[in-house]
Design a protein around this ligand. Structure first.
Ligand SMILES: *Cc1c(COP(=O)(O)O)cnc(C)c1O
Length: 695
């Protein structure tokens, strides 16, 4: 009896350990244990293992543990967990002598952790997962929002409304770090900050939280929700992230040498480094700036100046002047770090200029975006010709074990090898993708498509009439106007002809949220909802999130991406799709400008060039229809005697082969390691050897 109780307790402990390690988001055998435990609860908690266990309670879990299927699933999960941690990853204890600290205002890791809004967050989440796989010594810092970004509902008039819900820290897959609290300056007050820890495989993610009784209400509210529109609230969040984040790492005993700023939001991290160096090493401002800079890596994500944060001088004065005095930098000098024209007292502080001037390594997120960024931000280096502007690029990538369908993963395991996810793109074993029999790949794809259509029925705004045999185009992304979700709606008669064909039926699945403050984006969403309400082959799926994104990029036939050229810095959903064999039809922008090859997808012609970036929406819509009508639709319906589209499947293989390797987060993190982390760590090490470093 006692033995049995002990065994049950150890299973319970084990479940709790699995629940607090986000490894389950990319290890299906661990996820399966939660699903088997309580299939309905798993869905109703939005796949939140901690909330699931809390809701079941000790009795509920104990009862479930009596079941054989639950025990077997836990056994499988245990094997998966052990396999993951027993493996010695390539970069464990590798050449990086110092810890890398990765700062971001959002992280997209799991549906149930409401600390992301979209692409930037999902990219940061994928960065951590790939870092864990590789074993690089990296820790991450972000904020713990309890309200998140808001769920999307559609009202009777077809308009988007946001619904916010609040979660308790104790119901999330995070744990409070007991005994650690730090402070950050907000004007002449100080805000107290608690620290939570989320475990992303081997990588700890520290999340800062100001919702403490010790804080007055306005300071408690700083970490309420993501992407607050008011500059005052936003700057407070950036102080907590940048200044509070560095202090939290110090309080945790994490000695980071390299600091990676994912977007300019965390630029104050560099200022806090300067303050620390001045205080502990008695350096001059200039010395401290140079030493701090050696370890700072900055990734810019926006291709337009307006995409950056801007703060009025008066606001910066109110929130930061006592702190700046402590750092020993004058207010004017600080403001000038973030100005296009230093010395203009009316100009606001732009976080991108500030981060560029404070970092030693600055990169854009695709090759094309590197070029766009050199032009956009060249004034940070007055007098330097554009080609010499020191902004490079590391092209984004996505975490393949997270985004590939389990069935595609199984195929890669079989044909390429069990460690397919850990192979370089140049490894000859990848060529085995071309040996996957067409019938096997096609049958698997149809299964994924059926699963998508079943999911689409539950999220669809209209009761759409989906057909698994129709060519299915997926479009899932934020409804920012430049992304032109409505491009294909330009010529209604032509669109009708495509979707009404009985011989070659085509259907469109749209999903995406507009930013709560973006009226134009909301109008675009409303236009699509209105069309979907009258046209059964067009559907609007509500509440685009990680789960829906996963179904769309695995189960569509074509991934449609038609932004105005040069406005999509990288884009990552097309990488997720392409790696699953979902073929891209896309403008040559962002990653596709370097990823496109005629054997694995299509380029929508655009007349825009870097020197003449203006675009003609009408002409590009025309190009898109022509491409669909003349190439994409005919090839999709060209079948052999078994009903298999052989040429299409050949493109699917090429798409998987190239995109799963070249656009993986694994490749991205290794690129960061080689071009930024390792050189940054070396410079920091060298500076330590200087006599005046102290010890
Ligand atoms: C991948 C992803 C994005 C980013 O997609 P883009 O192609 O960059 O627009 C946004 N949201 C979610 C939920 C995602 O999974």
């Amino acid at each position: 009896m006692i033995e049995k109780l002990d065994h049950r307790n150890s299973l319970l402990q084990e479940l709790n350990r699995f629940a607090h390690d986000l490894l389950w988001t990319w290890e299906p055998r661990i996820e399966a244990a939660f699903r088997v435990l309580d299939p309905d609860g798993w869905e109703s908690t939005r796949q939140n293992p901690v909330l699931l266990i809390n809701q079941l309670g000790e009795d509920g879990v104990s009862q479930a543990l009596e079941r054989d299927d639950v025990r077997a699933a836990i056994e499988d999960a245990r094997t998966a967990y052990r396999e993951y941690y027993d493996r010695r990853p390539a970069f464990m204890n590798a050449q990086a002598p110092l810890v890398i600290a990765y700062f971001s205002l959002e992280f997209g890791l799991a549906e149930c952790l409401p600390i992301y809004s979209g692409g930037l967050g999902v990219l940061a989440g994928d960065h951590l997962k790939a870092t864990s796989d590789l074993g690089l010594p990296l820790v991450a810092v972000g904020l713990l929002y309890k309200q998140g970004f808001g769920r999307q509902e559609i009202d009777a008039g077809g308009r988007q409304v946001e619904v916010y819900s609040e979660s308790q820290g104790t119901d999330l897959p995070v744990r409070r770090v007991e005994g650690v609290e730090v402070e950050a300056p907000i004007g002449d007050r100080k805000v107290r900050i608690a620290v939570w820890r989320a475990q992303v495989g081997r990588v700890p993610l520290f999340l800062l939280d100001t919702d403490l009784e010790a804080n007055p209400p306005d300071l408690r509210a700083i970490t309420d929700r993501l992407y607050v529109p008011e500059p005052d609230r936003r700057l407070r969040q950036e102080i907590v992230l940048g200044v509070g984040g560095v202090r939290a790492l110090r309080a945790l005993g994490m000695v980071a040498g390299v600091f990676h700023l994912n977007e300019g939001h965390s630029f104050l991290c560099a200022i806090e480094r300067i303050r620390e160096l001045r205080a502990s090493r008695r350096m001059t401002l200039e010395e401290a700036r140079l030493v701090a800079r050696a370890g700072i890596v900055f990734t810019t994500h926006t291709p337009i100046a307006a995409g950056s944060d801007y703060f009025e001088p008066g606001l910066v004065w109110d929130l930061l002047h006592p702190y700046l005095a402590e750092v020993g930098i004058t207010f004017d000098r600080f403001m000038d770090l973030g100005r296009q024209r230093p010395g203009d007292p009316r100009e606001r502080l732009c976080t991108t200029y500030a981060a560029l001037r404070l970092a030693d390594q600055a990169v854009g997120v695709s090759r094309l975006h590197g070029a766009v960024s050199r032009r956009l931000w060249k004034d940070a280096w007055r007098g330097l010709p554009e080609v010499q502007i020191p902004i490079g690029s590391v092209t984004n990538g996505v975490h393949m074990p997270t985004w590939l369908a389990p069935e595609i993963r199984a195929m890669l395991r079989r044909y390429v090898g069990p460690d397919w996810w850990d192979l370089d793109g140049g490894d000859g074993r990848w060529e085995a993708v071309f040996e996957i029999p067409a019938e096997e790949l096609w049958t698997t794809h149809l299964e994924l498509k059926r699963r998508l259509l079943a999911m689409a029925r539950t999220r669809s705004e209209n009761s759409a009439d989906f057909d698994v045999n129709a060519l299915t185009l997926g479009f899932g992304r934020r409804f920012a106007p430049y992304k032109r979700a409505n491009l294909v709606l330009q010529d209604r008669p032509r669109l009708s002809k495509l979707v009404k064909s009985t011989k070659h039926p085509v259907q469109f699945l749209f999903a995406g949220k507009a930013h709560p403050a973006d009226q134009q984006g909301k109008d675009i969403a409303a236009g699509i909802v209105a069309l979907a309400r009258e046209q059964p082959r067009v559907a609007f799926l509500k509440d685009y999130d990680i789960e829906l994104a996963g179904h769309l990029v695995r189960g569509a036939d074509v991934w449609l991406n038609n932004p105005r050229r040069f406005l999509e810095a990288s884009g990552t959903s097309g990488m997720k799709a392409g790696a699953n064999g979902v073929l891209n039809v896309s403008i040559l922008d962002g990653w596709w400008d370097e990823g496109y090859r005629p054997e694995l997808g299509w380029a929508i012609p655009s007349g825009a060039t870097l020197d003449r970036p203006g675009v003609d929406d009408q002409a590009e819509a025309e190009n898109l229809y022509r491409l669909l009508e003349r190439e994409v639709v005919p090839m999709f319906f060209e079948r052999d005697e078994k009903g298999i589209p052989q040429r299409w499947v050949e493109m699917m293989r090429a798409s998987i082969r190239h995109i799963a390797t070249e656009f993986s987060a694994r490749r991205m993190v290794i690129d960061y390691f080689n071009t930024a982390y390792a050189p940054g760590a070396r410079r920091v090490e060298q500076l330590r050897l200087l006599p005046d470093w102290g010890g």
